[in-house]
Design a protein around this ligand. Structure first.
Ligand code: 5CA
Ligand code: ZN
Length: 410
């Protein structure tokens, strides 16, 4: 599947400090142990409704991760999927009387243009579930052969993963069993289905049902389960072990736990990811912004109203990425003012030195993405007395640093 256009990232003199990032498996902020190369897999959208600010905040988080890694001299190989066949997408298409394929194409197109407007660095490979069916079939076949997967004996053709095949199961989320059971029921799992070996066993392959999309295959006609899609894509395109597995907090369990378990059962290499990092939820009107609740603020609606995408980006940098953040229009108004302040400051004929600002922005971002600290450092520069006579140089450094590290074009 086509990705969105490349974003130019200027080079800034010197190198930033090594990135330290929260890892849910270690439950601590720790260095990302990479040198000149890193691999990152960030879970993509299920394209049944336009990009809302929650999605945008999550992709922005991993865009910053990539920018900090690049600034420390690390080249990032980045892959993302699109869950372009799944229950919520099929249900929405049915409700709206359109083909699920058309809905997926329409919403993925909108997502791409939103990402482009927000200057999010695109993945090198952007892959839809429907174009990676073969990878999933191959992975499920291997899991069946090794005994890590089993077929339900109810004639449905459904195949499940046996979580006991990965002795580490539970290490990604660190949740206890009651919490895992509750999240499984809430987030697409089926803990109460009869015939499973363990209530937490996730679906790998859904046998053909009437009216449902399906593909003929060596493991029977059907369609992929959710977690195996991401495991199969990441293994095929990034290798047996990756440096960063990213997504929103609601993917911590069951999705990333199960994807890691699938990958580890397939390869024997553990841990699947060096860091499991999750962005907190963005809320609106008191609840998590979600397609199913309908309490959405969409990126495309804001830009259609004439809002500068850079102001949206700056507003989404407000607060810490791991926290629950409640969106209000005030953030946007404050960000519009901040952006004007920064833009005026880089047009000043005399400007203060940029050295201190650059060091502070680097220091803050490499410390588990302290965006508030980084934004404050730029504002401090923009409001400082312009004493320096080397203004052309410092303005250029600020523009490049704000562009390269925060992704904001001034
Ligand atoms: N296709 C799967 C991942 S393989 C999926 O979760 N799709 S999604 O469209 O539901 O979500 C896409 C990404 O946006 C996920 O990382 C999810 O955690 C994140 N996300 C969804 N809602 C919010 C929100 N309100 N705040 C922050 N991130 C969110
Ligand atoms: Zn995923």
């Amino acid at each position: 599947m086509r990705s969105w256009p490349e974003v130019s990232v200027p080079t800034v003199a010197g190198n930033g400090p090594r990135l330290r990032l929260y890892d849910s498996a270690a439950d601590e902020v720790r260095p990302v142990e990479v040198d000149d190369r890193a691999t990152m897999y960030v879970c993509g959208i299920t394209p049944y409704d336009a990009t809302h600010l929650g999605h945008a905040a999550t992709y922005l988080t991993f865009d910053l991760v990539q920018r900090v890694l690049r600034d420390q001299g690390t080249e990032v190989r980045y892959v993302q999927n699109v869950t372009d066949v799944d229950d919520p997408l099929i249900e929405r298409a049915e409700r709206d009387g359109i083909r699920w394929e058309d809905l997926a194409v329409r919403e993925t197109d909108l997502f791409r243009s939103d990402m482009e407007a927000l200057r999010i660095i695109p993945p090198a490979q952007y892959l839809g579930a429907v174009e990676t069916i073969d990878l999933v079939v191959d992975a499920v076949s291997k899991l069946l052969d090794s005994g890590a997967a089993y077929r339900l004996e109810d004639g449905t053709g459904d195949i499940y993963f046996d979580i006991s095949a990965d002795e580490r199961f539970g290490y990604v989320s660190r949740y206890d069993v009651p919490t895992m059971l509750a999240y499984s029921a809430e987030r697409g799992g089926d803990p109460d289905r009869t015939g499973k070996r363990n209530q937490l066993d996730p679906l790998l392959w859904k046998g053909k049902r009437d009216g449902d999309p399906s593909w003929p295959s060596a493991i029977g006609e059907g369609r992929p389960g959710w977690h195996i899609e991401c495991a199969a894509i990441a293994l095929a395109h990034l290798g047996e072990q990756i440096d960063i597995q990213g997504g929103g907090e609601d993917l911590r369990f069951p999705h990333h736990e199960c994807s890691a378990a699938h990958a580890e059962a397939l390869t024997g290499a553990a841990p699947f990811a060096g860091h499991y990092t999750h962005a907190g939820m963005v809320g609106y009107q008191g609840e998590k912004m979600s397609k199913s609740l309908g309490n959405l603020v969409k990126v495309s609606e804001l830009t259609a109203q004439g809002v500068d995408p850079m102001a949206i980006r700056l507003a989404l940098l407000h607060g810490h990425y791991r926290e629950y953040r409640e969106w209000t229009d005030d953030y946007l108004h404050v960000s519009e003012k901040t952006l004007s302040l920064w833009r005026e400051a880089v047009r000043r004929p005399i400007a203060p030195s940029a050295d201190c600002m650059l060091a502070k922005v680097r220091e803050c971002l490499s410390n588990d993405l302290d965006t508030d600290g980084a934004v404050a450092a730029v504002t401090e520069w923009a409001t400082a007395k312009p004493l320096h006579n080397d203004s052309g140089m410092s303005v250029q450094v600020v523009k490049h640093a704000v562009d390269a590290l925060l992704g904001i074009a001034l």
